[in-house]
Write a protein that binds this ligand. Structure first.
Ligand SMILES: N[C@@H](CCC(=O)N[C@@H](CS)C(=O)NCC(=O)O)C(=O)O
Length: 216
């Protein structure tokens, strides 16, 4: 591993999108390595970087990191010139940590339930009940986030941070919304703003076109 080269383990259109977009924004050299999820024999380097074989996972000059929020924050702090972080000592720092953790530990479990209720129940009737209960929780979470995006367009006004990527790139998945994204106009505005960025478009094309058909 040379000084600042990263390997990002990815599967298309997964949480890896977030870390991938942050890497692309930062502009450091990296390789995005496609891995197979749920493989009987996972890629050994991927397994070493991610003990549950979940994506994303990062291998870099300081070793490995897994968990989307941790990777995003770690990269932004290691490359402060990107401006994607609220630095230590800034009064907004606590709130930046709050949102990174909120997206990982409050929003994400509900998103996973919407996509993978079979992780929790085998039978369809319980899966449906779980999804409905989770939609009620999602409505409350999304309302809190939408309100936090005033005045916007980003969580910290005009200052774009990794928090915005952690949110916007989950908000492109329709199942996240009990209704539609337009029920949450500030989330929709943020998502459109982040997705329009050239770096994000490059990453999206890779996930949706270059890697189309790959196992996820
Ligand atoms: N908390 C983890 C969740 C990552 C995650 O669940 N990724 C999914 C893809 S979106 C995955 O790798 N699933 C494979 C599995 O659950 O074995 C993070 O934020 O990185």
């Amino acid at each position: 591993m040379t000084a600042d080269r990263y390997t990002l383990y990815c599967a298309p259109n997964t949480y890896a999108l977030i870390a991938h977009a942050v890497l692309e924004e930062i502009g450091a050299p990296y390789e995005a390595r496609l891995v197979e999820l749920f493989a009987d024999e996972p890629d050994p380097a991927f397994f070493k970087a991610s003990p549950h074989c979940r994506v994303p996972a990062l291998d870099g000059p300081d070793g490995t990191v897994f968990e989307t929020g941790a990777i995003a924050l770690y990269l932004a702090e290691r490359h402060p010139e990107s401006g994607l972080v609220v630095p230590v000592g800034d009064p907004r720092r606590g709130r930046m940590l709050q949102w990174i953790h909120y997206f990982a530990s409050t929003l994400q479990p509900e998103v996973l339930i919407q996509y993978h209720p079979e992780f929790y129940f085998d039978d369809e009737s319980n899966q449906e009940k779980l999804k409905r209960a989770s939609q009620g929780r999602l409505e409350k979470i999304l309302a809190v986030i939408d309100e936090a995006l005033v005045p916007g367009p980003f969580l910290f006004g005009d200052h774009r941070t990794v928090c915005d990527y952690c949110l916007a790139m989950q908000a492109i998945w329709p199942q996240v919304f009990p209704g539609t994204i337009s029920d949450y106009p500030n989330i929709e505005r943020l998502t459109n703003t982040i997705m329009a960025r050239p770096a994000v478009q490059r990453v999206r094309i890779m996930h949706e076109e270059t890697w189309a058909g790959a196992v996820a």
